[in-house]
Design a protein around this ligand. Structure first.
Ligand SMILES: C[C@H](CCC(=O)NCCS(=O)(=O)O)[C@H]1CC[C@H]2[C@@H]3[C@H](O)C[C@@H]4C[C@H](O)CC[C@]4(C)[C@H]3C[C@H](O)[C@]12C
Length: 327
């Protein structure tokens, strides 16, 4: 399971949880403008926008899970197993393999409007990166500070949905996820009133009762509702510290603890990492399952005119600050 979210204060933030029962060995990768992007069908782009994100690097090629570019556009891929459907390359389309989709969009587009224009011409192909890395069954969230869309390639073709919630999880398809919010419109951060019966002395014996009924389980539909409720009602200060902290709290509402979701063979699905990217400043903040200290990589500290990506393995060791170490 995974959840992606956007958040806006003074700056625009974009991030996700990556939930799985194993890791592909991902790292933070800054792709500079002059790293040649060789596409399977679309030739080579010698120059493109720089980007920072989480990727598995295979044969020197960053395969991004989520990233933002230097213009403040963000994109993340999340499992969409059983619904994602890709086609063979087609003569009249811009054919892009799914593992190329993030650099294809972020390398060329400043914002969602430009991404929409590319999406009109695209055909997502079913090509594997290689036989050990088959095409991942995903759908994607693309967002800038003003707009957010969900992109799904299904048997019916390419679906592009406005995403007014700024949240994406996994199945079912996005129109059904959004529809399900109708069932929760009574949820509120306010104290509820007794509409049940005037003849009964019902009262609020606890804070938080306005959100009674918010689903607490780990299914993707429930995580969608929970993250949407938290995200839509989120309040924080404008500073970087307050914004980043609030973002991690939003995604903390859908965190997966080891033991609650069995994945077979004694393995469990857990939140391997949580990311929060300041898309305006190009700073990628993250925590991992074992390391709750927020670590950051700033793309603007790298040479963005370089030809080779800069790679930062995630710091996994938790450093605990002993406050009374002098005693
Ligand atoms: C497993 C990840 C998605 C996690 C997720 O959504 N979990 C939800 C579980 S569930 O549905 O609710 O059960 C996805 C997100 C990005 C994917 C990776 C990226 O697409 C980059 C490459 C693409 C290659 O084709 C396959 C390996 C790969 C390295 C992918 C492996 C895997 O499919 C990743 C890591």
């Amino acid at each position: 399971m995974c959840t992606a979210a956007t958040y806006r204060t003074k700056d625009f933030y974009f991030g996700r949880t990556l939930d799985n029962d194993f890791s592909y060995g991902e790292e933070i990768v800054v792709m500079p403008r002059n790293f040649p992007l060789s596409f399977r069908y679309m030739g080579t782009q010698k120059k493109h926008y720089a980007m920072i994100g989480m990727a598995h690097v295979e044969a020197e090629c960053p395969l991004y899970y989520d990233a933002v570019n230097e213009k403040g556009l963000g994109m993340a891929g999340l499992n969409f197993v059983g619904n994602a459907s890709y086609r063979k390359a087609m003569p009249d389309r811009e054919n892009v393999a799914t593992y190329e989709f993030i650099p294809w969009i972020l390398g060329q587009c400043r914002d969602v409007e430009e991404a929409r224009a590319l999406l009109e011409k695209i055909n997502l192909t079913d090509d594997d990166f290689h036989e050990k890395l088959p095409a991942a069954r995903l759908h994607w969230m693309i967002a800038d500070r003003d707009h957010c869309i969900t992109v799904e390639s299904t048997k019916e073709g390419l679906q592009i949905y406005d995403n007014p919630v700024g949240v994406l999880t996994n199945n079912p398809p996005f129109d059904q996820q959004i529809f399900a919010l109708n069932h929760y419109m009574q949820l509120s951060p306010e104290e509820p009133q007794n509409h049940f019966s005037a003849q009964l002395p019902l009262y609020c014996y606890s804070r938080g009762m306005g959100a009674l009924g918010l689903p607490g389980d780990l299914s993707s539909q429930s995580r969608f509702v929970r993250a949407a409720f938290v995200r839509m009602n989120s309040r924080s200060g404008q500073s970087e510290g307050e914004s980043v902290s609030q973002f991690f709290h939003i995604l903390g509402s859908v965190d997966q603890q080891r033991g609650c979701c069995k994945a077979g063979d004694g393995r469990y699905e857990i939140t391997i990492y949580t990311s929060c990217c300041n898309a305006d400043k190009g700073i990628y903040y993250y925590t991992t399952y074992e390391n709750h200290q927020i670590t950051a990589v700033d793309m603007h500290r790298e040479n963005l005119e370089a030809h080779i990506p800069a790679r930062y393995p995630m710091l996994q060791e938790q450093r605990i600050y002993l406050q009374n170490s002098d005693c």
